[in-house]
Design a protein around this ligand. Structure first.
Ligand code: RNT
Ligand code: ZN
Length: 412
């Protein structure tokens, strides 16, 4: 089918494909650096990720240096339509020095910022509260030892300073997302003290004022992790209340809830109390397994909510998955394009008509239109988007992904 016919088919339903393509072009997705190297990082002693998160697999081609990771990212971006962002973790310094986590400075990340500037992309940042000797108990900001808490508070403060400098240099606010692994394998008897310690540490970390034009604070909750099955100190309720009280961003990770819960339903609820939201788009399978995202129902529903509830302007879309059993660059490309495809489908829905039906309690029309729309030529509009943005599709995409994977598979 030609794009012109698809355009006409959507126009019959009152949907403007040109407007959808224009909008899609403006929606950045923050691609996570850690898919490229299995969450290992570039610290001198970096090894297993720890903190209950784990990349499994041994596919050849893992990026071992900042240069390799940047080359892989450049390739991935060249396969993804539009202009996007990079989400960097503090465990990825690019420096000859070996700063500990409480010593990191902007200079240690300056090569990343220079590169981002040259690429014309924005950067986001994350303090790293795992894969470190002082996080071995799976307790950091809520640790009973004040010395350990202070170490991590300092790390978090420095991350915020670095994020602010990144945002200032790049002229785009850098989202600094705080996720800590803190929790207990078995049922604790004093949850309250742990949560009060986490709250006090966060308060101390967030005390230095920062300019929201430069950096935005976000906090990410979790339900459980490996080794912290019984209790996570920073639970959803904890962070939702905290983010609202502090006027900061709440990060919703799709793998951090009970398996039948869907982020799509939460967006409009939390958006009433929050200015901005951060998403970690992921795919949990039985647990927080961080599989590459598919064009699946939950992603489609989430994208539909972002469009329908008009939340795109105040939602930062970040990805969070890591699969080491497949080509890492392909994982980035497929996952990011799926996020965009979901957004495109949402932008191509006859939402006014659907909303009117719902308002009139005409649930029959809502169901009929929704189901009839599943046969609409979304793929043709996507192909047009890819062609206009000069990225390959289908067989051409597979060829490029294969070619690059072959190039990197000799890495040791
Ligand atoms: C862990 C959180 C967190 C991490 C990254 C690496 O469960 O989802 O976002 O995946 O910070
Ligand atoms: Zn996450």
């Amino acid at each position: 089918m030609s794009y012109e016919s698809a355009k006409d088919a959507f126009a019959e339903w009152g949907v403007d494909t040109e407007a959808a393509l224009e909008r899609l072009k403006t929606i950045p997705v923050s691609m996570h650096c850690w898919q490229g190297d299995d969450v290992v990082g570039f610290e001198p002693k970096s090894g297993a990720s720890g903190g209950g998160i784990q990349a499994t697999g041994n596919h050849p081609g893992r990026a071992r240096t900042p240069d390799e990771l940047r080359a892989d990212l450049e390739f991935a971006y060249s396969m993804i339509p539009g202009r996007h962002r990079l989400n960097l973790h503090a465990m990825y310094p690019d420096t000859g020095a070996s700063p500990d986590r409480d010593e990191i400075e902007f200079a240690h990340f300056a090569p990343w910022v220079d590169w981002a500037k040259a690429q014309g992309i924005g950067l986001d940042f994350n303090p790293t509260f795992f894969a470190h000797a002082r996080a071995d108990d799976n307790l950091t900001l809520s640790h009973p030892d004040p010395g350990i808490r202070d170490f991590w508070i300092e790390h978090g403060r420095r991350s915020r300073d670095i994020a602010a400098q990144i945002g200032a240099v790049l002229g785009s606010p850098c989202v600094n997302n705080i996720w800590v692994p803190d929790g207990y394998k078995d049922t604790p008897v004093d949850r309250m003290s742990a949560r009060k310690r986490l709250e006090a540490s966060l308060d101390a970390m967030l005390a230095p004022p920062q300019d929201k034009k430069q950096m935005l604070d976000a906090v990410e909750s979790k339900l459980f992790g490996i080794g912290v099955e019984a209790c996570t100190v920073g639970s959803h309720e904890f962070y939702m209340g905290y983010a609202i009280r502090k006027g900061i961003l709440l990060c919703l990770d799709m793998g951090h809830f009970h398996p039948t819960e869907n982020i799509a339903d939460k967006l409009s609820a939390v958006a009433l109390s929050l200015d901005e939201i951060l998403l970690h788009v992921s795919r949990p399978m039985r647990w927080d397994s961080d599989h590459v995202i598919l064009l699946s129902d939950d992603i489609l529903q989430m994208a539909q909510e972002l469009v329908s509830a008009d939340l795109l302007g105040r939602t930062h879309i970040g990805l969070d998955f890591f699969d080491a059993t497949i080509s890492r660059t392909a994982a980035w490309v497929i996952g990011t394009r799926n996020m965009q495809k979901a957004l495109l489908r949402a932008l191509l829905l006859p939402l006014e008509r659907l909303k009117a039906a719902e308002e009139n309690l005409d649930f029959t029309t809502r169901l009929v239109v929704t189901e009839e729309f599943k046969d609409m030529p979304f793929g043709t509009v996507w192909n047009e988007f890819a062609a206009r943005q000069e990225v390959p599709n289908g067989q051409g995409l597979i060829r490029e992904l294969d070619r690059y994977q072959t190039k990197v598979s000799g890495r040791g």
